[in-house]
Ligand binder design. Structure first.
Ligand SMILES: [Zn+2]
Length: 89
């Protein structure tokens, strides 16, 4: 029997089924667009990728609607939404 993983949308809690399409992954990074410039927060959203989906900092999204909700939260926090960054000890 194949081992099946269970993923849930990090916004609405919906369970991902085998047939689920249009799932996305999102995480936040800090980037420095200018050499020697200040780093800026950046939200990255990519199509579902199994390898990436195991990253603890990555959020699982069941579609555009939840991606929008996540982006809203992230923007409301000025890109500092802690839930989107890897936990630091
Ligand atoms: Zn969702």
């Amino acid at each position: 029997m194949a081992f099946t993983e269970t993923f849930h949308c990090d916004v609405c809690g919906k369970e991902k089924s085998e047939e689920s399409e249009d799932w996305w992954l999102a995480w936040a990074e800090r980037v420095s667009p200018m050499p020697d410039g200040d780093s800026l927060p950046q939200l990255r959203i990519v199509p579902w990728n199994l390898l990436l989906s195991h990253d603890s900092a990555v959020k699982h999204l069941c579609g555009a609607r939840c991606a929008q909700t996540l982006m809203d939260r992230w923007m409301a926090s000025d890109g500092e939404s802690t839930e989107l960054y890897p936990a630091t000890d």
